[in-house]
Design a protein around this ligand. Structure first.
Ligand code: HEM
Ligand SMILES: CC(C)=CCC/C(C)=C/CC/C(C)=C/COP(=O)(O)OP(=O)(O)O
Length: 304
């Protein structure tokens, strides 16, 4: 008798794709947060108001290339997405968007984003953003994700780069303060993702993706999450210590990073069934608030 799996039971529906399906493969909420971090990079790079002639094309170009990268991730991962519980209903595994249409869609987004940045912003920002797309869409998704449990530690660089993109969009130079903002997101990414990976460990094991909880166990991953929140606490002090931000940011960073640490502590030592997902959800609110506070601090309390 033929072996039946849950995947066989979920045959592709092959309905006509709606605009919402195309929207979904751009990972809109992730892109929204990425663009917010880019906006903060733009704001902190110049003392006064951001010139809208640069602001609008920079935001549009970064959003388009990030969306293209997300669509490439959906194209490359169609097979494993069809097997994992969290992702099996996505538009590609479900047959609502074909590989060909998704490739055309991603190409249109990527080319238009690159052209906007190249001609209306500057070539440096266009090339760095394209590097972000290659880093996430190809290096992380095609190679790192399948190759090493440190996949997201290294691949996280692509997702961390938007504040630098915002900064270079305004100034056309790579400033150390912009790299500090990149470091902030780079350090935040492992606890963000590993909390979800703990919750979805069986999904990743099923498709042979070597995520840390699968290869090194849940207990080890929880220790790593806790240690990264300590590292994040220290990195979070740097914008104040180098004189980039003021006391409002300092207080916000200390409070948010302390709460993140408490979530990680609970996850390590007193977890219940919801703690991993609660930590993951908090990580998103944490990063959003941290960057909003950076913005408020910059405009309300300009550093002398
Ligand atoms: C390599 C680095 C990263 C990995 C592996 C990662 C992984 C993930 C995963 C697996 C999800 C769940 C998606 C879903 O439920 O379909 C997620 C959600 C999310 N991530 Fe990340 N992430 C990374 C970096 C980032 C960065 C840099 C940001 C923003 C600055 C970000 C923002 C978000 C947001 C906003 C969500 C919620 C999306 C939603 O609810 O639709 N992530 N992340
Ligand atoms: C600046 C630029 C152009 C960069 C692109 C950055 C970008 C879109 C980062 C997204 C990071 C992310 C959600 C990774 C999850 O991928 P996954 O495959 O591990 O998760 P999944 O299983 O939910 O698809």
């Amino acid at each position: 008798m033929a072996k039946t799996t849950s995947v066989d039971l979920k045959a592709p529906i092959a309905e006509k794709a709606l605009w919402h399906d195309y929207y979904e493969i751009t990972k809109p909420k992730v892109v929204a947060l990425l663009v917010l971090t880019a906006l903060v990079g733009m704001s902190l790079s110049v003392p006064g108001a951001i010139p809208w002639q640069l602001l609008l094309p920079a935001m549009a170009g970064i959003a388009l290339l990030s969306s293209a990268a997300a669509a490439i991730n959906h194209i490359v991962d169609e097979k494993i997405d069809s097997i994992m519980g969290r992702t099996h209903n996505r538009p590609m595994p479900n047959g609502r968007i074909s590989q060909r249409n998704a490739i055309v869609f991603a190409t249109v987004l990527a080319v238009s984003g690159f052209v906007i940045l190249y001609y209306l912003v500057n070539p440096l920002t266009a090339c760095l953003t394209a590097a972000g797309l290659v880093g996430y869409g190809f290096v992380y998704t095609m190679y790192l994700k399948r190759a090493t449990p440190q996949n997201i530690t290294i691949g996280g660089l692509a997702g961390a780069i938007p504040p630098l993109l915002g900064w270079t969009a305004m100034t056309n130079e790579i400033h150390p303060n912009a790299l500090l903002l990149v470091l902030l997101i780079f350090t935040w990414t492992p606890p963000h993702f590993w909390a979800l990976a703990i919750h979805r460990k069986n999904d990743y094991a099923k498709v042979n993706i070597p995520m840390l909880p699968v290869t090194h166990g849940v207990s080890f991953t929880k220790t790593q999450i806790l240690l990264y929140t300590v590292l994040l606490f220290v990195v979070g002090l740097l914008p104040y210590l180098v004189g980039m931000s003021n006391w409002l940011y300092l207080i916000g960073a200390i409070v948010l990073n302390l709460i993140f640490f408490i979530y990680a502590w609970k996850l390590k030592f007193h977890a219940d069934a919801n703690t991993a997902m609660d930590t993951f959800k908090f990580s998103i609110i944490h990063l959003m608030l941290l960057f909003v506070i950076l913005l408020l601090d910059h405009y309300l309390l300009p550093v002398a």
